[in-house]
Design a protein around this ligand. Structure first.
Ligand SMILES: [Zn+2]
Length: 216
């Protein structure tokens, strides 16, 4: 189920979340993760006008939230390692294949074009696989369009439960802080003013008047 976690709850430090989003299992590691918002789909309409306008608009609209300690379980860590190795493996394979083919194919044949094309394709797939290993993708989370929350797609029910409890706790903290603030305002104000009113004989505090030290 998709859920949203207010950004201030994860940027403030402290390991607020203990279960991973994907499997709902206890965190093996907490990572600093930079989450980003998705590029709005309409911005892709700018690509025909050039990559630069598209890149600039996409960058301006992008919202970022840096979670100080995002939880990942052992299976999440394994998944990341697997994707990373698959990506690196594909790139290494592409390079090896090109080297071997270049040695095997005699000079001046027409097969150079397909080899280069195949190399580029394999490289591209490898980079995609590697990019899939990013922590935000492992958490399957991104920043909301307005930048106020981290949205988790397909959150595990146990993670959703934990996130709801955290939000409730935060709301209670805020309420308690407001109560405390109101109480301080209520009690301190008369205490602060007391010295002025409690010692009217203090000459510095006595207002000058017709019945005072002025000669008649
Ligand atoms: Zn996990």
């Amino acid at each position: 189920m998709p859920i949203g976690i207010p950004a201030p709850l994860v940027t403030g430090g402290g390991q607020m979340l203990q279960l991973c989003t994907r499997h709902g299992e206890g965190a093996a590691q907490h990572k600093r993760v930079l989450f980003k918002s998705k590029t709005p789909s309409w911005t892709y309409l700018l690509i025909p006008f050039g990559l630069l306008p598209f890149a600039v608009v996409a960058m301006v609209l992008e919202k970022r939230v840096r979670a100080s300690a995002w939880p990942f379980c052992a299976r999440c860590v394994k998944l990341r390692t697997g994707r990373l190795l698959a990506g690196i493996g594909m790139v290494v394979f592409a390079i090896l294949a090109v080297v071997v083919l270049a040695a095997a194919v005699p000079d001046g044949t027409s097969s150079v074009g397909p080899i280069v094309l195949g190399f580029v394709a394999l490289l591209f797939v490898g980079l995609l696989l590697g990019a899939n290993a990013g922590w935000p993708l492992i958490a399957s989370a991104h920043v909301s369009r307005d930048g106020s929350a981290i949205e988790v797609r397909n959150a595990h029910p146990r993670f959703a439960e934990q996130a709801a409890a955290l939000q409730q706790w935060a709301a209670q903290q805020q309420w308690a802080a407001q109560q405390q603030w109101a109480a301080q305002q209520g009690y301190r104000q008369p205490q602060q003013w007391q010295p002025h009113h409690a010692h009217p004989q203090d000459p510095q505090q006595q207002p000058p008047g017709p019945g005072g030290t002025m000669p008649s």
